[in-house]
Design a protein around this ligand. Structure first.
Ligand code: ZN
Length: 184
């Protein structure tokens, strides 16, 4: 089922999400809904808070970004209760967008390599290192679980220039092809 996407200004996007356990009611249906909602909105990743649930789950399928980085081909994963345990110290800039902040794209600085521990949808534990576009998308989605949005990470001067557009989004004054849920 396609779920409405909560947009900028929604309190749920600012909450720290809690871990889920294997018996979480409707877990598999919810994950299937995340995939369907993500594909419907042309996103490459979607975190549970973006559909109004403060739980630590996100899904990623970055195959649409193959032209930016051929290594993303076939990178499709569910992350449950993820923990980023290592990051490189240096950071690099890369343009990001977010289906909760439609039509805004900005360069964001992040470490190019990370190591993350997580469970997949079969509840299998993984401890893996990622780099390039996958590492970038993982960090963006992971931030959603912490109540952080990519626009929090851009220089104050850029952010100031976006204030009007961000406020328009929070009032639902945007044209998008998918169903959204605005704070008011
Ligand atoms: Zn996002």
């Amino acid at each position: 089922m396609i779920l409405p996407v909560y947009v900028y200004g929604s309190p749920v996007l600012r909450k720290k999400s809690i871990p889920v356990d294997q018996n979480y009611e409707g877990l598999h249906t919810f994950i299937a809904d995340l995939w369907e909602t993500m594909y419907n909105s042309d996103g490459v990743g979607l975190a549970a808070p973006q559909v109004g649930k403060s739980i630590r789950i996100f899904v990623i399928d970055s195959s649409a970004m193959e032209s930016d980085d051929p290594s993303v081909k076939g990178f499709k994963k569910t992350f449950i209760n993820p923990k980023i345990i290592e990051k490189t110290v240096e950071e690099i800039l890369f343009v990001e967008g977010c289906i909760s902040i439609p039509h805004i794209r900005e360069e964001v600085s992040r470490p190019p390599q990370i190591r993350i521990q997580y469970y997949d949808e079969e509840w299998i534990y993984h401890d893996e290192a990622f780099e390039g576009v996958p590492a970038r998308i993982i960090q963006h989605e992971y931030d959603h679980l912490e109540g952080i949005l990519f626009v929090d990470k851009i220089p104050a001067i850029r952010r100031k220039l976006l204030n009007g557009r961000l406020s328009a989004i929070s009032r639902g004054k945007i044209d998008v092809s998918y169903k959204i849920k605005t704070p008011r």
